[in-house]
Design a protein around this ligand. Structure first.
Ligand SMILES: CC(=O)SCCNC(=O)CCNC(=O)[C@H](O)C(C)(C)COP(=O)(O)OP(=O)(O)OC[C@H]1O[C@@H](n2cnc3c(N)ncnc32)[C@H](O)[C@@H]1OP(=O)(O)O
Ligand SMILES: CC(C)C(=O)C(=O)O
Length: 512
């Protein structure tokens, strides 16, 4: 086999992909995806099943009229009505229009579904290809459920449809049943037992019921197949189809052992995946290979350190190669100092070693309480931990009980100018109780002008950020506090404001 064979990519997102429950697209949506597939430079777009509905017919027609470059295929059963209707839509793509006709060849499908004998199926397959040939030279035939078909019969069908003029013969694993070594054997068998096999492109169409669609497709091309049928994000009937991005990026990344190329412009993969997910509402799982949100994200400190030093330590392909701007270091409880310091620097903080260490300790304890630490959380940590004035008052511990039955009560322990004091106070609500307790412990006469509370980041595990505006002796101060517990954040803000007030009054300079 010659090296660096070009493998044709036949995208069926708009046909088999649309068979995913909930993935139906209207004509405009199909057209938008088709334009994106055009940018990806796939070799063929299967735009729909024209006999299925008027809407599908119009969509296939519009794609055939509009898209330049890729071939445009339409699926049809092996009967005249379907084939004629398919060509009515596909004819607008002229010589790029491909009629894709199919019939099942496995015993189980022939017996229970079609209720036909082998001979009947063989005759119908040949007639269908001949009918399609009357319209175009560009005819694909699929032997549905090929991998569960008895091999001598499969070979007989393949030989007959090629004689009838099929230019592409597709060997689908309709139910995602086969394993890679078997698929390799099936394709090898056909290449060894169908005398005219070289007159057509062998195609494969793998479903993912056992999670093997990509592996099976790769095994098939290693055995000599020349076309892979696949979908964006791997969507499709049941567990989906072979994922375009996975198969294409495997071929791009493992050139050393897979000497095949595709024509796909891989930099359009990520935007295409996003667009499809937005249009269909089918969310890509975060750990999905290539296009999942975590595919280029590193959370563990040891990995982050490696990536900071040299990306290839933990990245086998670049995010840019699929159209992503850059990989992401996710700060969480497994992160280490290297990643933490790098993020602070990227955010513009130039901290000394001691301050980084102080912030890091606080970051680790926050990371234990919430899943992901965002830049806003780091801002709050820096504001709280580093950019602090000398503290006359320190909040040591607090506990608040609240609800709709007992009166809200705050028990607060503070260090007030070197003395540890504790008090329990009731209030209208938990924040009111906490503020009253702090006032009692500090003896402050400051008037509360404003109190604001907000979640810094989304989710119920968000770090709450509170701000408090106080007035005393004609001076206003603002205090801020952050903590996953919103009451603790409020108390921290209050104490922070009192400390600012104290240091302002001590310096006797009019600051806010
Ligand atoms: C493996 C695959 O993904 S194949 C593609 C699957 N995709 C789809 O089915 C989506 C589009 N399908 C549809 O809109 C409808 O099924 C239609 C319009 C094609 C047919 O609808 P209906 O006429 O109501 O038939 P229905 O879907 O209930 O049954 C399928 C019929 O086609 C026959 N049939 C199935 N496959 C083929 C085939 N490849 N060639 C010829 N006839 C076939 C069945 O035997 C059955 O025939 P019957 O009505 O004489 O019993
Ligand atoms: C019609 C063929 C190509 C198919 O979708 C399948 O067998 O899964």
């Amino acid at each position: 086999m010659s090296s660096e064979r070009i493998i044709k990519i036949f995208d069926t997102t708009l046909r088999d992909g649309e068979q995913s429950p909930g993935a139906s697209m209207n004509m405009d949506e199909k057209l938008r995806i088709a334009h994106q597939l055009e940018k990806l430079n796939v070799d063929a777009i299967e735009a729909g099943f024209p006999i299925a509905s008027d809407g599908d017919f119009e969509a296939v027609k519009k794609v055939a009229q509009t898209i330049k470059g890729p071939q445009i295929a339409g699926l049809c059963r092996a009967n005249n009505m379907d084939i004629d209707r398919a060509w009515e839509a596909l004819k607008y793509a002229k010589e790029r229009g491909r009629i894709h006709t199919f019939i099942a060849t496995s015993d189980i499908h022939m017996k229970y579904k079609l209720k036909m004998s082998e001979q009947q199926v063989l005759d119908i397959a040949v007639k269908a290809v001949q009918r399609a040939k009357g319209y175009t030279h560009n005819v694909e035939f699929s032997a549905e459920d090929a991998v569960r078909t008895r091999l001598p019969f499969l070979a007989k069908v393949v030989q007959a449809v090629i004689e009838a003029g099929a230019t592409t013969v597709n060997i689908p694993d309709t139910v995602g049943y086969t394993i890679p070594s078997e698929f390799f054997e099936i394709i090898s068998y056909l290449r060894g037992n169908v005398p005219n096999i070289d007159q057509a492109t062998i195609s494969v169409h793998c479903h993912n019921d056992l999670g093997l669609a990509v592996a099976n497709s790769l095994a098939a091309i290693q055995a000599g197949a020349g076309q892979i049928e696949c979908t964006i994000n791997g969507i499709g009937e049941r567990a989906g189809n072979c994922s375009l991005e996975e198969v294409v990026m495997t071929l791009r990344t493992r050139q050393d052992v897979l000497p095949y190329k595709t024509n796909v412009v891989t930099e359009h993969i990520y935007p295409t995946s996003r667009m499809l997910s937005t249009i269909t509402g089918i969310v890509v799982q975060p750990n999905k290979a290539i296009v999942g949100a975590n595919a280029f994200a590193h959370e563990a400190g040891i990995h982050q350190h490696g990536v900071i030093m040299e990306k290839s330590t933990y990245e086998i392909m670049t995010p840019e190669s699929i159209g992503l701007n850059q990989s992401k270091l996710v700060l969480g409880k497994h992160s280490g100092r290297h990643a933490f310091k790098q993020r602070l620097e990227e955010m513009g903080y130039d901290l000394n070693k001691e301050d980084v260490e102080k912030a890091f300790v606080r970051f680790k304890s926050l990371a234990d309480a919430k899943k992901e630490i965002f830049d806003e959380d780091l801002d709050a940590i820096i504001a709280d931990e580093i950019v602090r004035m000398p503290e006359k008052y320190k909040l040591l511990q607090m506990n608040v009980s609240s609800g709709s039955f007992a009166a809200p009560t705050a028990t607060v322990e503070m260090d007030v100018a070197g003395k540890v004091k504790k008090v329990a106070v009731m209030g209208v609500g938990p924040v009111d109780a906490a503020f009253k307790a702090i006032k009692k412990l500090t003896g402050s006469k400051a008037q509360l002008l404003a109190f604001n509370v907000g979640g810094i980041t989304g989710g119920t595990d968000a770090q709450g950020e509170c701000s408090v505006r106080l007035l005393a002796d004609g001076r206003e101060t603002i205090g801020q506090g952050a903590h996953p517990d919103i009451i603790v954040a409020s108390a921290r803000a209050y104490v922070n404001a009192l400390n600012r007030l104290a240091s302002t009054l001590e310096r006797k300079s009019p600051q806010i």
